[in-house]
Design a protein around this ligand. Structure first.
Ligand code: ATP
Length: 231
């Protein structure tokens, strides 16, 4: 379970503290949770709270009982984070090496790890790209590889921050289908309202607050009404 207990996010600026997320309390137990809202509203901030990339200024964030403030390492092991830009998480020269690195904790034998990495790559359709430079991959292939790297760590929860934004229709569908096929709990930040509609529960964030929390169709309607009401 993902639990926010009056969790707020505040950053310092030369003009004084800025609140990026007002105190928020949530219990997220659904399989697929969407987060939608306007640019700059606080969606990424909320997503980053869930794996301790951002820590609450007050309140608590608990992931399956672990406090992100005190047990950050344990939390990051359980919560895989997929960034909008896959380059942010592809650290090795080739796909094979990248996935092999992600498997270092779960598979101790080196040879077995490489074999397993090849299987993972085959599973995302990149078997023939295993040993090319990651820079030679297309945007969609990179995003699939980044996702595969996250999944190779066997997280309990996957948080994805606009993972399809940079992709064309075909690749966006590939990545989305992969995300929605996961057995793990998925928290998905997205501007794609069709994807939001596929979630079991959707949070609408506006102006550093969760302004709606409910079923996906009602949440999307709320967001559209909000956008239409904004001058
Ligand atoms: N470290 C920071 N210092 C100051 N302001 C920040 C910081 N991080 C984010 N912000 C500001 O906080 C607000 C919320 O940012 P956030 O990235 O959470 O928005 P978002 O809803 O994900 O936006 P988008 O849809 O554009 O990605 C924005 O106005 C952003 O400029």
């Amino acid at each position: 379970m993902i639990e926010l207990q009056s969790a707020s996010v505040v950053v310092d600026s030369p003009q004084g503290p800025i609140t990026l997320l007002e105190p928020t309390s949530l219990s997220l137990t659904e399989h697929r949770i969407g987060i939608i809202g306007p640019n700059g509203s606080g969606k990424s901030t909320l997503a980053r709270l869930l794996n301790g990339l951002v820590l609450p200024a007050a309140g608590q964030v608990l992931i399956n009982g672990l406090d992100t403030g005190h047990e950050g390492r344990e939390v990051r092991r359980r919560v895989g984070f997929v960034f909008t830009h896959p380059d942010a998480q592809l650290v090795m020269p080739t796909p094979l090496e990248d996935v092999t690195l992600s498997l270092r904790r779960s598979v101790t034998d080196k040879r077995e790890r490489r074999e397993r990495a090849r299987e993972v790559l085959a599973g995302i359709g990149l078997a023939d790209r295993a040993e090319v430079s990651v820079h030679a991959l297309s945007g969609g292939q990179k995003q699939l590889l980044a996702l595969a790297g996250v999944l190779a760590t066997d997280p309990e929860i996957v948080v994805a921050d606009e993972p399809t934004t940079l992709l064309d229709l075909r690749n966006a569908r590939l990545v989305a289908d992969r995300l929605f096929g996961l057995r793990q709990r998925l928290v998905l930040v997205t501007h794609d309202l069709d994807l939001a509609r596929r979630c079991d529960r959707v949070l609408v964030v506006d102006d550093a607050r969760v302004v709606f929390d409910g079923a996906s169709d009602a949440a999307v309607d709320h967001y559209i009404a909000l956008a239409e009401a904004t001058p």
